[in-house]
Design a protein around this ligand. Structure first.
Ligand code: HEM
Length: 136
């Protein structure tokens, strides 16, 4: 959810009063576009951010380390209302699939780059790809 940020520019908001952020004044009625992608790819907090390395969130004992810099659902009072439901659905669907099926590339249809490509209007969409599901 960090590496392929699904809603990279979150949802636009508007200031209802002047706000001061890091010394900058943001006037009342300014449209604000939160850049979640930039947070997720900030090299100051994620070494080689372009690299897909889930192990970066595990400690020496293999336990998950929660990072407050991973914010796919945005933050604050207007953060995603469906966060709990979405996480639950992703968990149930993904685990349900992986328990029963092996997922692999189709040797005749090479996968697109994992790192480049895709489209984004409001939500990120990876390039088209096909995979083969086999019963375990
Ligand atoms: C992986 C799945 C999802 C992601 C990554 C995601 C991400 C987001 C983000 C970034 C926002 C903008 C938050 C903001 O304005 O600060 C948002 C808003 C919202 N999301 Fe989601 N969302 C997901 C799934 C869902 C689901 C399943 C539901 C409902 C069943 C949902 C309902 C909403 C609603 C109602 C808002 C508007 C909240 C508000 O403006 O107060 N989302 N979501």
């Amino acid at each position: 959810m960090r590496h392929r940020t699904l809603v990279p520019l979150s949802v636009f908001h508007k200031t209802n009063e002047e706000a001061i952020l890091y010394g900058y004044s943001i006037p009342k009625n300014t449209t604000v576009c939160p850049n979640i992608w930039a947070v997720h790819f900030d090299p100051e907090h994620f070494e080689n951010p372009e690299e897909f390395r889930p192990g970066r969130f595990l400690d020496g004992d293999g336990k998950f380390i929660k990072s407050n810099r991973v914010i796919p659902f945005s933050v604050g009072q207007r953060g995603c209302l469906g966060q709990q439901l979405a996480k639950m659905e992703i968990f149930i669907i993904l685990i349900g699939l992986l328990q029963k099926l092996r997922v692999g590339p189709d040797p005749e249809k090479p996968l697109p780059s994992f790192y480049i490509g895709g489209n984004c209007i409001a939500t990120y969409e990876p390039p088209q790809f096909e995979v083969v599901f086999k019963r375990r």
